[in-house]
Design a protein around this ligand. Structure first.
Ligand code: ADP
Ligand code: ADP
Ligand code: ZN
Length: 214
């Protein structure tokens, strides 16, 4: 099962992707998490990516596409995966489609998690992220058991550098300009499914399970 998560920054893609990965036993592949791991480890890629990320811009396709292709060629992705944060541009989607076509494969589901922009701004200021395992929480809506500590792995949580309101506004503009066109792209491939992301995390997941099957 090859699944793509679409939606604005902060729509809940990562939250839902983690739940999908657990239920269907497929890897959760997040390009944002891969970049953040590289930043944390001080790699060349991380240094390059950070300047774009902190400005709320997309990391150039040249730095992103090969990285993702390598990841989904790993043995654990043989039975499928859930992609979170990739593709984010039409050229990325075309590269993915071409690479899959070469293996007579295709994306099975593109899940669009819909949340209006004004709710996004509110959500992001309360987001807290674990840079160790990629889990995200919300100080009001999805709190951790112990304040500031990841439920999954026990690491301290952070407010991401790019979750400041000014940066979030730019990320939303970038989303509408560069990523939103993917809705039409996957609709024309007949794999697009929209879910209402303003519902509780559990209700959103239940709607996704209706699409993917039990
Ligand atoms: P969010 O969870 O808010 O959607 P991500 O963690 O997916 O954010 O991404 C954080 C940042 O990493 C993006 O704003 C962008 O700079 C960069 N990034 C992640 N994935 C991609 C991608 N597929 N193409 C270009 N840039 C990306
Ligand atoms: P994305 O990966 O799309 O950027 P996240 O999954 O990181 O989004 O979620 C963004 C923020 O909203 C996080 O703080 C997360 O805990 C919170 N969140 C996720 N789903 C919901 C929901 N259904 N209702 C309220 N808050 C949510
Ligand atoms: Zn964690």
């Amino acid at each position: 099962m090859k699944i793509i998560m679409l939606g604005a920054p902060g729509a809940g893609k990562g939250t839902q992707a983690k739940m999908i990965a657990d239920k269907y036993q497929i890897p959760h592949v997040s390009t944002g998490d891969i970049f953040r791991a590289n930043i944390k480890n001080g790699t060349e890629l991380g240094k390059k990516a950070k300047t774009y990320m902190d400005a709320g811009e997309l990391v150039p396709d040249e730095l992103t596409v090969d990285l993702l292709m390598d990841r989904i060629s790993q043995p654990d992705c043989a039975n499928g995966y859930v992609l979170d944060g990739f593709p984010r541009t039409i050229p990325q989607a075309e590269c993915l489609e071409k690479a899959l076509e070469e293996r007579q494969e295709a994306v099975d589901f593109a899940i669009d998690v819909e949340v209006p922009d004004d709710s996004i701004i509110k959500r992001m200021s309360g987001r807290r992220a674990c840079l160790n395992c990629g889990a995200t929480y919300h100080i009001v809506h999805i709190p951790t058991k112990v304040e500031g500590i990841c439920d999954r792995c026990g690491s301290p949580l952070v407010l991401r550098d790019d979750d400041r309101p000014e940066t979030v506004k730019n990320r939303l503009a970038v989303y509408h300009q560069q990523t939103r066109p993917l809705i039409d792209f996957y609709s024309s491939r007949k794999v697009l499914h929209e879910v209402d992301g303003t519902q509780s995390m559990e209700k959103v997941f239940a709607d996704i399970v209706k699409v993917l099957g039990e």
